[in-house]
Design a protein around this ligand. Sequence first.
Ligand code: ADP
Ligand code: MG
Length: 321
Amino acid sequence: MPSEFALIDLIRQRVKSRNDVVLGIGDDAALLTVPYDQLLVVSTDTLNSGIHFPEDSAPEDIGYKSLAVNLSDLAAMGATPAWASLAISLPTTDIDWLEKFLDGFFELADEHGVQLIGGDTTQGPLSITITVHGFVPKEFALRRDAAKPGDEIWVTGSIGDAAGGLAQWRAQGLQSAKLRHRLDRPTPRVNVGIALRGIANAAIDISDGLVADLSHILQASKVGAEIEVCRVPMSKPLLDHFPDDQERYRLQLSGGDDYELCFTAPAHQSMTIEQALADCDVIGTVIGHVVLGTQLKCLDENGELFEVQQKGFEHFNRLLN
Ligand code: ADP
Ligand code: MG
């Protein structure tokens, strides 16, 4: 059976070097050069088999998604990604599986110019923990605590596709390849986050569910919001596969895993935002606005309150949700 070091060697061979890495994989720690005029932005996310991805996911998709969800956190801070470290726990030293995992991982890493600078390789149930590092100019970080009453609330792309894909996988009936693709290969909106520097007030990426994640912005900013459920953008595959409005709204409001950005910005910025998003080839939609108070109100097409039973995914209360 290949050793831990054979696996690390395999990983190391795939790395493309950046100039700001003085020392990458191979020593006790990496040595890195941080631009003097920027803040270092750091984020970690773990993906556990059966919780963060279906057990039958392709290894390429697991590699891609593990990095994508981490880059999405950098995107939500307005940061430019630079480096990643990878702590992976594998049940066996399956070289073929690892090669495929690395295909997905490095496809996305290379697209964003991210260098793998270290990690840890252990034996155990399949689990992947990635830490990403990026930079943002001082004063330009997009934080959760900066939403202001009167701000418009925007989301990028379409919402609910990944939750639709997951619901179909759970039901084991007809499955849309497009919805499943959104679950397996989310696109981190890195270019959007960067384009929104100095324009948006607050931002978050939608990982747990729109209502849950928007609520984090509201709580941190000590404000409330009103959103109109029928304005939450949906894709054609979602509409085709979930024609029932109530069921689809539930997926869009409470389902997570889309990794779109939700951000707030003053209304006078809307033309600038439209242009910035168009330059990124991403659609943006205003779904509501920030208000005084602490409540999040979801309104239906008649202006009446739409009850959201389940706000979103939460690890330690999964049975309650
Ligand atoms: P140590 O015992 O000093 O922690 P390791 O033997 O765990 O070192 O790792 C050796 C080198 O390989 C280190 O530079 C570490 O960062 C790197 N490394 C180990 N596992 C991975 C991995 N999964 N991905 C990237 N680098 C890794
Ligand atoms: Mg180690």
